[in-house]
Design a binder for this molecule. Structure first.
Ligand SMILES: C[S@@+](CC[C@H](N)C(=O)[O-])C[C@H]1O[C@@H](n2cnc3c(N)ncnc32)[C@H](O)[C@@H]1O
Length: 719
């Protein structure tokens, strides 16, 4: 088929995107016969021909038809290719879609081409930013959903033939390559988390509004359940033991005669499975596909586990995407959550209101994405949904369980997995890098405190003295019952200066990535100030969880130590903007920065005579050796501190003395002699560069004071 219109020579981004998305389904159809595209496998599925036409009809019905005086390409097609939009009049029943031998495949190709031509003209006029743009993007995502449905339905059709036909020579995998398993599971502490879509970028109406959910601590497996594990379930009578099944699931399994996943068959003593490339023996290591929600639930029960809720899945996937294999790109993952509206859900206005909302009964949510999901289609907030008895979709499962009380803190385990992922990714770059946040294990936090007492390291002394001078003025603007929220609180030493000057502080929320430093500091502050509530949060301040509700007073952010200088300029703005939103209306923010000065002073501060900063820098390799079983030769690396005038920042590096290979798990990283790992940048500011940064994040600089030489500054920001 040649269904796509020719791309005009001068095209907008919308036009390019439209043609890119529209080209995919005809490409999937190209290898198939007219008969393959005409037949309907079952009521849940549609013929390929119908998908090609319906996805074109969608653009006509939702976008083109809204133009005054619009003449349809063929008014009769409105009824033939309407799927389920009751507000658009009569339609052909779903079960009858395979009976429509007319229009022919060729006529459908012509219909597609005509819609592409009309859409091209419509896009040339421009879409604007309102509902029109939303419906256009919805049309593209709808088309992508049908690309996946096309493949699901085709496989089901192939399964109806005893000939075990292969639809394709190679499995189409728009969703990307299968990832190797990671092993293990992570503990998530849960608590008050947010899920759902918010902000920029497209999402379906059912993904919002973003809202808060309370989660008890839970465990989520890093990997999907495999065929081999499923075979063990079958061998243990999984399909014959009613005690493992939900009542409706057991009734369905009996009625349907289920004894294995869909498309499996026992051939000459071997389990085989039909896929888009034909029938083959079941591969034990591959993730299981085509199991219903009922089967997934029975399997989880057999394994002594459970399915995750959709909030658990989303919160874990958003917090620590790197610790999981095949989060997307292999199978949609069953959850135990009913598909129902989020609090405050409103369907899209107009005809598209029928898109999602009216299906919110008796179905369950699946998360992730499959190998057949086109790139750019799914998101971490995406809610796919099917009835619990359906199994022709590309669906599988990842297990969860309640976290046992008193087991070690989640953050250590997830942080270790993240550390490994970031270290391998950072060292695989042409310029090797590692985020400074990995400095702060217990030893790193201790060494940092030693640095703050070095004669060459002026920032802590200068900042503390400046804070002492400014504290009475700063705290006067806090008001009654304020809540102090400190980012990267470390030992919380400077915090005491503020707390002493603000006796009416209601609560203190220290946030730090290092659990050891945080726990000790929070306990010590709580002992020293018994009237004030202390609510520590272990976590990454670049990925802030909602703050606890601690009264009605103003929230005051505190970010001293020039830690902001460790962030890339864009990251720093995003952090400040996010903090402003989290802190809420009428909040304040006290920001400490180091100022541009003589490079000799700067280099001395980052390369002290006693070698404490060098030990601090090298400790990240010690940590990698201990936590990740890496084999860095500690004698083979040395500390390097340099002033980068172009970027106005001090840089710390670890330099390899000679060519060598380092192993981190299974990954080998080669170093050339003299090559460095860039471990930290400490940007130095002027009043002007600080003001630009704060204003770009929506803050106003209400006060700015500098210390005597070597100078640092404190700024008071207001929202
Ligand atoms: C330079 S120290 C500053 C400590 C203290 N605020 C001060 O001014 O002395 C940076 C602190 O931020 C923490 N930290 C670094 N990156 C972080 C991140 N992404 N999320 C949370 N804490 C982080 C470290 O664990 C460390 O305690």
């Amino acid at each position: 088929m040649n269904a796509s219109a020719k791309i005009p020579s001068v095209v907008s981004d919308d036009t390019v995107r439209y043609h890119e998305v529209r080209a995919a389904m005809p490409a999937l159809a190209a290898e198939l016969s007219a008969e393959d595209l005409a037949a309907q496998a079952m009521t849940d599925a549609s013929p390929g021909k119908w998908h090609l036409a319906h996805s074109s009809w969608f653009f006509e019905a939702m976008i083109l038809a809204s133009e005054p005086g619009y003449q349809p390409v063929d008014p009769r097609l409105q009824q033939v290719f309407n799927s389920y939009y009751d507000s658009l009049g009569r339609r052909v029943e779903r079960s009858e879609r395979g009976l429509m031998t007319r229009p022919s495949l060729e006529d459908i190709g012509a219909y597609r081409a005509e819609i592409d031509r009309r859409m091209g003209a419509r896009l040339a006029k421009g879409l604007g930013d309102g509902l029109g743009r939303y419906l256009f993007t919805l049309g593209l995502h709808h088309e992508q959903q049908h690309q996946e449905l096309f493949l699901m339905d085709l496989l089901n059709l192939m399964s109806r033939s005893p000939l075990d036909p292969s639809a394709y020579k190679l499995e189409p995998r728009p969703g990307g390559a299968l990832q190797t398993p990671r092993g293990g599971r992570s503990r998530f502490e849960g608590g008050l988390v947010e899920i759902g879509h918010k902000g920029a970028g497209f999402a379906f109406d059912n993904e919002g509004p973003r809202h808060r959910v309370w989660l008890e601590p839970f465990l989520l497996d890093h990997d999907l359940v495999t065929n081999g594990q499923w075979l063990a379930f079958m061998a243990d009578g999984g399909y014959r033991r009613p005690e493992l099944w939900l009542a409706d699931g057991w009734a369905t399994a009996r009625a349907e005669g289920w004894d294995a996943p869909l498309y499996w068959r026992f051939d000459d003593g071997v389990w085989t499975v039909l896929g888009l490339v034909g029938r083959a023996p079941v591969e034990a290591d591959a993730p299981v596909r085509h199991v219903s929600g009922y089967e997934a639930d029975a399997y989880a029960c057999w394994a002594g586990r459970r399915l995750p809720t959709e909030a658990e899945w989303e919160s874990a996937a958003a917090t620590a995407p790197d610790v999981f294999s095949n989060l997307t790109g292999e199978v949609w993952q069953h959850t135990s959550s009913a598909y129902s509206p989020y609090p405050g859900f409103r369907p899209t206005e107009g005809t598209a209101s029928e898109y999602n909302g009216k299906f919110m009964a008796n179905q369950r949510v699946l998360r992730g994405g499959s190998f057949a999901t086109p790139p750019g289609h799914a998101r971490v907030t995406y809610r796919n949904f099917f009835y619990p008895q359906q199994r022709w979709a590309f669906m599988g499962l990842r297990l969860a369980s309640d976290a046992p009380a008193g087991s070690p803190a989640r953050i250590e385990k997830i942080e270790t997995a993240k550390f490994r992922a970031e270290l391998v990714a950072g060292l695989s770059r042409s310029r090797k890098t590692l985020s400074p946040k990995w400095f702060y294990d217990a030893e790193g936090s201790r060494l940092f405190e030693d640095i703050t007492r070095l004669p060459e390291y002026y920032p802590t002394r200068q900042e503390a003295a400046l804070l002492r001078d400014m504290a009475p003025g700063l705290t006067r603007s806090f008001g009654e019952n304020a809540v102090l929220v400190e980012f990267g609180s470390g030992a919380s030493e400077k915090t005491r200066i503020l707390i002493d000057a603000a006796p009416s502080l209601k609560a203190y929320v220290p946030i730090d990535i290092s659990p050891d430093a945080l726990t000790a500091a929070a306990a010590s502050i709580a002992r020293a100030y018994p009237a004030m509530e202390v609510a520590p949060m272990v976590g990454d301040f670049l990925n802030l969880a909602p703050l606890p509700e601690l009264g009605r007073g103003r929230r005051v952010g505190f970010f001293p130590g020039s830690t902001i200088g460790n962030l890339e300029p864009d990251q720093a703005i995003a952090f400040l903007a996010n903090a402003r939103e989290r802190l809420g209306p009428s909040s304040l923010f006290i920001l400490g920065v180091d100022l541009v000065k003589d490079p000799a002073l700067l280099v001395a501060a980052y390369d002290d005579a006693q070698g404490v900063t060098a030990a601090f820098n090298l400790n990240v390799l010690v940590r990698a050796n201990r936590e990740l079983a890496a084999d860095f030769d500690l004698e083979g690396f040395s500390h390097l501190a340099v002033w980068n005038a172009g970027k106005s920042r001090m840089e710390m590096h670890l330099r390899a003395a000679r060519a060598m290979t380092v192993r981190i798990d299974d990954t080998a990283i080669a170093f050339e002699a003299g090559e460095t790992i860039h471990t930290e940048s400490s940007r130095k500011f002027t009043r002007a560069t600080l003001t630009d940064m704060a204003e770009a994040a929506g803050w106003h600089v209400a006060a700015f004071e500098t210390s005597p030489e070597p100078s640092v500054a404190l700024a008071l920001l207001s929202g």
